[in-house]
Design a protein around this ligand. Structure first.
Ligand SMILES: *Cc1c(COP(=O)(O)O)cnc(C)c1O
Length: 343
């Protein structure tokens, strides 16, 4: 059985967290003279450090208990906290399956943590044989699995992922930023079964709130405790908490948007497949399409000339571009533009 206290950095185990005024007194009415706030105005008070109302709403939305939830300033803060809790700079390492989301590697570098990169196989799946040799490395603390994966747009095989979780004595972080667009179930159902699992989701994609910076981590109360210990006390502003709460108050808006985006994704994929300069449209479990073209750089530039911005992924997957599904009229503009580009 994995012992989380053996994976956590020693300084974090010993750490006495900052105790803020709102930790010591939590009532909502009274005369507040404890936090040196300005007594006037509407955003004059510090936010709830543990985002209780928002967590209760997330718990209802996802059907997961409040004690299994941590909220961060975007998933990016959660990724950084994982490094700071579990990896000693200059000593420990993390493992990623490439190509994948760039923040794992950036965050690792900021924290001076080595990255072991294992290329996904020809079907963009995890190469278990290649990975297994690293699992016994005592300094390997984190494995990041992005599913559905950015930029390949596919989900990882569930049996491969569960095999790794069961064999690894460190922490497995599964990034489910695109789970709402996927036909595969979430990995959250494994939370009660393994002590070393962190599942990240976000308000930035299906919930349409990239501007608000709200990331979610689902994990065991033990791991959530360490997140709370290390995070900045007021990591999420009141403005963002209120915006996110309002969004969860209208789940029907979220549901219709996700349906619309998935329908458009499939329509766009069909149209793209008929365009001559496009060699392959990879099957997508997300809200974007990875396509292989004859010459990604020229197509990218030709689209920029027509005021259409896609993501050129040529440097990570040869001649591939990543296209986010837009509104129907935006997708139509892209299709006509691609038809007009002679390559
Ligand atoms: C977009 C995205 C996120 C979202 O990050 P936030 O900081 O929550 O906006 C997380 N992971 C992946 C793989 C993404 O593509």
């Amino acid at each position: 059985m994995v012992d989380i206290n053996k994976i956590v950095r020693e300084n974090v185990l010993r750490l006495t967290p900052y105790s803020c005024a709102r930790d010591e007194f939590q009532g909502s009415t009274g005369v507040f003279m404890d936090a040196n706030e300005n007594p006037y105005g509407s955003l004059n008070r510090y936010p709830d450090p543990y985002q209780k109302e928002l967590k209760a709403a997330v718990a209802r939305f996802r059907g997961i208990a409040v004690e299994n939830i941590f909220l961060g300033n975007g998933s990016d803060e959660i990724i950084d906290l994982c490094f700071r809790i579990f990896c000693s700079p200059g000593i420990d390492s993390a493992l990623t399956f490439t190509p994948t989301y760039g923040m794992y590697e950036v965050s690792a570098s900021v924290n001076d943590v080595k990255v072991i990169r294992i290329p996904l196989n020809g079907n963009f799946q995890i190469d278990i044989t290649q990975t297994e040799q690293f699992l016994s490395d005592k300094n390997l603390k984190l494995i990041f699995i992005c599913s559905p994966n950015n930029p390949t747009s596919n989900s990882m095989n569930h049996s491969d992922v569960e095999y790794l979780i069961s064999k690894f004595n460190g922490i497995i972080v599964i990034d489910e930023a695109y789970i709402d667009f996927s036909e595969q179930p979430s990995f959250v159902k494994l939370l009660g079964k393994y002590p070393n699992l962190i599942i990240m989701q976000t308000f930035s994609k299906a919930l349409g709130m990239a501007a608000a910076r709200v990331g979610i981590a689902f994990s065991t109360p033990e791991i959530i405790h360490y997140f709370n210990k290390v995070k900045p006390p007021y990591n999420m502003s009141t403005i963002n908490q209120i915006a996110a709460l309002k969004k969860l108050g209208k789940p029907e808006v979220y549901r219709t948007q996700v349906l619309k985006i998935k329908t458009e994704r499939d329509r766009l994929a069909g149209k793209l497949k008929k365009i001559k300069s496009i060699e392959k449209v990879f099957s997508s479990d997300s809200n974007f399409l990875l396509v292989r073209v004859k010459d990604a750089n020229s197509i990218y530039n030709a689209l920029i000339d027509r005021n259409i911005v896609v993501r050129n992924r040529n440097s990570v997957i040869e001649n591939c571009i990543r296209i986010t599904v837009g509104k129907p009229n935006e997708n139509n503009k892209l299709i006509s533009a691609l038809k007009s580009i002679a390559i």
